[in-house]
Design a protein around this ligand. Structure first.
Ligand code: ADP
Ligand code: MG
Length: 258
């Protein structure tokens, strides 16, 4: 497996003020999978994703990424590992306002010390795929949320990460922009073999996954695998949300449009 999570717990707080966000989760994700994580608000989805993506450390348990135990990896080594192997898409984009779209896009390559030639090659490729040409000299504050998310997505994949983590990537997008992003994630998953792990509370967004893990109260509750059409899978997701209760919220991306 590319991701191997072994009996992971995460407890926040001190003394009598403890919150158990993740309560003994074990899971595996194979190379090339497109996995969703769903569950009610407060179920521990973001915490679990942050643990898997090395942004946060577990209180107990072990996490292996690409056979490497990252649980106790030192910060400097972790930063390098992250830069070289992982991509992140956050709900609020995390673009730097003082940098242009071009500068935001190539930031991971600049930080990793790529040559100008290599940077330009990678940039051209991403710009072509994501249709960002006309935006390159603009600043994040001057473009739409959908455009921002495309830039954030480009920045996440410009290093061609093995593994892409996304937390509610369609959360701030209208349904058209959400669909575009999801199509794009599907393409890089299928063509580039990028393994994608995506947190969402939205059934339409989730229907693009091949497998969905449902969590509740910090524990795995159920798992569904897409077998037929995306439409049928969407219905399965809705049914599971009803079963699990307490969080079948939807956003703009839930408009029909299969
Ligand atoms: P989800 O993403 O499913 O909505 P989270 O992983 O954000 O859930 O949160 C799970 C639980 O852990 C919630 O009860 C939340 O309040 C708590 N929690 C998350 N992060 C922190 C933190 N940094 N400090 C304290 N409690 C936290
Ligand atoms: Mg969350």
């Amino acid at each position: 497996p590319l991701i191997d999570v072994q009996d992971v717990h995460k407890v926040y707080g001190h003394g009598t003020n403890l919150v158990t966000a993740v309560a003994g989760v074990s899971l595996q994700v194979l190379q090339g999978e497109f996995v969703g994580i769903m569950g009610p608000s407060g179920a521990g989805k973001t915490t679990l994703l942050n643990l898997m993506s090395t942004i946060d450390r577990p209180t107990s348990g072990q996490i292996f990424l690409n056979q490497k135990n990252v649980t106790y990896m030192k910060n400097a080594a972790l930063a390098k590992f992250r830069r070289e192997q992982l991509g992140f898409i956050f709900q609020d984009f995390n673009l730097l306002a003082v940098l242009t779209v071009r500068e935001n896009l190539v930031l991971p390559l600049t930080l990793a010390g790529y040559s100008v030639v290599a940077i330009n090659q990678a940039l051209q490729k991403i710009v072509g795929i994501l249709g960002l040409n006309s935006l390159l000299n603009r600043y994040p504050d001057d473009i739409s949320p959908g455009q921002k998310q495309r830039v954030a997505c480009g920045r996440a994949i410009i290093t061609q990460p093995h593994l892409l983590f996304a937390d509610e990537p369609t959360g701030s997008l209208d349904s058209k922009a959400a669909t575009e992003l999801l199509r794009y994630l599907t393409i890089i998953n299928a063509k580039a073999g990028t393994t994608v792990v995506m947190v969402t509370h939205d059934a339409f967004t989730a229907s693009y996954c091949r497998r969905i893990l449902f969590i509740k109260d910090g524990q795995l509750f159920a798992e569904i695998v897409r077998q037929g059409s995306r439409q049928a899978f969407f219905q399965q997701v809705i049914d599971m949300q009803a079963t699990i209760g307490g969080g079948g919220r939807t956003n703009g991306a839930s408009a029909p449009g299969f």
